[in-house]
Design a protein around this ligand. Structure first.
Ligand code: HEC
Ligand code: HEC
Length: 196
């Protein structure tokens, strides 16, 4: 807090002295990003653990994926009544900076009583092989596919059903993969991946 009050003065003094104000102003830009990201914690959590199971974990998610989703909420390609109005007043450059900042935060630790994910039935496990070609072997994600391991069952199930129902259309591949599964297969996969 003190830093935020002092920085403008420090910048003014340095500028007045005819020295480069670059260092303090970039520190201030970083403070601005942190302040904007703080507003996100109302829902996505101050320590990375979301306040509701229907809010996804964003801390430690792939930065390119975070930016793509924020971009899509901004443009309306991904529709959500909560996220869309929140990001519409933020510029794409700022959204990129916020994404990079959030991606460096640690993914929240699994609760101590979380236990190991129960192995899924063989038929489900076989159908999940294809997911791993993009979401990686342990669903830890990798460009361009997001991390899924440890997202909540509710959020995963909701996202998968939204792709299947044609309600989330900001990706060309996912709707087809999800339509090829039954509701109960999607449910079983969501349960398994949430426990990873
Ligand atoms: C009022 C609650 C709320 C606030 C505040 C909020 N979010 Fe969200 N956010 C959500 C919800 C709910 C979703 C899930 C939307 C959906 O189901 O499609 C979401 C989804 C996201 C996603 C997509 C994640 C994924 O896995 O696809 C990103 C990225 C995101 N939010 C970033 C942010 C950022 C950055 C901020 C702050 C600028 C923010 N959110 C503020 C509720 C919130
Ligand atoms: C060809 C690559 C590919 C394959 C195969 C694939 N996915 Fe995806 N998946 C993606 C990409 C890319 C996204 C991000 C879409 C976007 O831009 O919003 C995604 C998004 C998702 C999301 C939403 C994550 C979030 O945070 O909102 C879920 C859930 C998901 N995939 C589950 C699966 C499951 C389960 C399978 C296997 C049955 C699968 N995917 C197969 C590439 C793939």
């Amino acid at each position: 807090m003190l830093k935020r009050f002092l920085l403008p003065y420090a910048a003014a003094i340095i500028a007045a002295a005819g020295m480069s104000a670059l260092a303090p102003s970039s520190a201030r830009a970083q403070d601005d990003v942190a302040a904007k990201a703080l507003a996100c914690s109302t829902c996505h959590g101050v320590n990375g653990s979301p306040l509701s199971a229907t809010f996804p974990v964003i801390w430690g998610q792939q930065s390119n994926y975070l930016y793509k989703e924020l971009h899509d909420f901004h443009s309306g390609d991904r529709n959500n009544p909560v996220m869309a109005p929140l990001v519409q007043s933020i510029s794409l450059d700022e959204l990129r900076a916020i994404s990079n900042y959030i991606a460096t935060k640690p993914w929240p630790a699994k609760p101590a009583d979380g236990g190991a994910a129960a192995a899924p039935p063989e038929a489900i496990a076989a159908k999940m092989q294809v997911c791993k070609s993009c979401h990686q072997a342990n669903f830890e994600g990798g460009a361009p596919a997001p991390r899924l391991a440890g997202l909540s069952y509710e959020y995963l199930r909701g996202a998968m059903n939204a792709f299947a129902a044609g309600k989330r259309t900001n990706n060309l591949d996912m709707p087809g993969f999800m339509k090829a599964l039954t509701v109960s297969e999607r449910d079983a996969m969501a349960k398994y991946i949430a426990g990873l």
